[in-house]
Design a protein around this ligand. Sequence first.
Ligand code: XIL
Length: 318
Amino acid sequence: QAGLKYFGAATDTPGFRERAPYPQSYKQYDQIMWKSGEFGQTTPTNGQKWLFTEPQQGVFNYTEGNVVSSLARKHGKYLRCHALVWHSQLAPWVEAKQDWTKQQLRDIIVSHVTKVAGAWKGQCYAWDVVNEALNEDGTYRESLFYKILGEEYITLAFKTAAKVDPFAKLYYNDYNLEWPSAKTAGAQRIVRLLQKNRIRIDGVGLQAHLIAEDHPTLDQHIDAIQGFAKLGVEVALTELDIRLQTPANATNLALQKEAYKNAVGACVQVKGCIGVTIWDFYDPFSWVPDVFPGEGAPLLWAEDFSKKPAYYGVIEAL
Ligand code: XIL
C-alpha cells in the first residue's frame, strides 16, 4: 500500500445503517468490512458524536461508539475517532439555550471533550477534535460555539483533547478542502492559530465528499495536500465518497473511477498524507441519497456486493 499507513472504511453500528436492502447482506457486509483484509482502519460514522455520547447534560453514553471501537480492536484495525466538537448532530440540550455565558460554554466543552476523549483514551489513532468550523469563503461558521466564544472554542477543544489523550493525533476536519481555495486557506489559518498558541494539532482531515461528474484533478489534490503538509501537520482523506447522478451508468461510473484514482493517488504520492478512509464501502449504506436528492452510489461496492469500476481506480492508485 505504497505511501499510506492505512486504507480504511468507516462503518456504522448495525441498528444505525441507513438502508438495509435485506438482512442477509449483513453477513457479506461484515465479512468484507472486518475479515477480507480490504481495510486496515475504520471510523464510527455516528456513535461518537455529541448527540449519542452526551444526550443530556452530564449524562454520557458510549454504547454505540463502543460497538465499532471494539470490533476495530478485535480485528486489528486502526481506529479514527470522530468527532468531539461539531455544530451538527449536537445534542439538543446544547442548542436549546442560545444564551450560555462564555464560562458556561467553556465548561460544557471541557467536560464533553474530557469525558469522551477519556472514554477512548489510547484507542484512537486520531481524533477529529473540531469538525466543520469553516464557511466556503474561509470565514468561521456562525455556530453556537463560535457565536459565544469566537475562535477560542477551537483552541479550548484542542487544548483539552491534548491533555486527555497524549497518544491520539489531533485533527481539524472539514469538507471541500481537496483543492486550493479560500476554505483551504481558512483551514491553514486554524492550524497556524493553534501552532502560534503552542497548542498541539497533528493533522488536517480532508473529508473528501466529492462529485464524480465534477471532480478535482490529481494536481489540484496534490496542491491542496501540500499546502497543509508544508505547515508541518499530517493529512488524511477522512470521509472519501464520490457521488454521482443516479442511476449509475457506464459514463458516470467511469468518471467516478477516475475521481477515486486522483484522490487516492494524490494521497499516496504526497509525503505527509498518511491514510484514506472511505465513508462506508457499500452503496446502500451511504448517507448520500438522504442528503443529496438525485445523487448516490458514491462508494466502491454496489448493492449486489460486486466491486465497481471505482474499486479498480483505487487499486490502480495504491
Ligand atoms: C453523516 C453520517 O454518515 C450519517 O449517517 C448521519 O446521518 C449524518 O452524518 N461530515 C461528517 C460526518 O463529518 O460525520 C457526516 O456523517 C457526513 C458529513
